[in-house]
Design a protein around this ligand. Structure first.
Ligand code: FEO
Length: 166
């Protein structure tokens, strides 16, 4: 059985993952509109992964006899000017998400909720990967600078990202 504190924390994290899904979807739309279809594809796959993260937590709350409470998702920002800005926002979002998961993990330790600790370990590892990827792409965009050929190559390369189920 989940304590009310852990249940609330998990529901907040569900909202966070749903919000990440919505933000990545907005980023994908921005890229698509600007004809960066490869970057758009990368963001669409990333959005799909966030939904999967949300479902992991959703199932866990139900499995533990808790009550899922879905909250409102804020409107995502989409007033970007260039690709670098979008990935900077993505890295910021991932860092915030890492903080949120760590804070929840700390509460699970305090409450001696071993099942929640175990479940969150997957997310802790995943966040290392999530932050690394967006940070690396930021670095590649810096290297490309204003070189349109390099940007187009990167766009094509990232467009090869496929979803896990395809
Ligand atoms: Fe669900 Fe991007 O972390």
């Amino acid at each position: 059985m989940l304590s009310k504190t852990i249940e609330a924390g998990l529901n907040k994290q569900i909202n966070y993952e749903a919000s990440a899904w919505y933000n990545y979807l907005a980023m994908s739309a921005w890229f698509e509109h600007a004809n960066w279809t490869g970057f758009a594809q990368w963001m669409k796959v990333q959005a799909g992964e966030e939904l999967e993260h949300m479902h992991r937590l959703f199932t866990f709350v139900n499995d533990r006899g808790g009550k899922v409470a879905l909250e409102k998702i804020e409107k995502p920002s989409a007033d970007f000017k260039q690709p670098r800005e979008v990935f900077t926002r993505a890295t910021e979002m991932e860092r915030q998400n890492t903080k949120s998961i760590h804070a929840l993990y700390a509460v699970a330790i305090e409450e001696k909720d071993y099942a929640t600790q175990s479940h969150l370990k997957w997310f802790i590892d995943e966040q290392v990967e999530e932050e690394k990827i967006t940070r690396e792409i930021e670095g590649l965009l810096d290297l490309a600078g204003n070189d349109q050929s390099a940007l187009l190559m990167l766009n094509r390369q990232l467009g090869e990202r496929a979803s896990k189920d395809s």
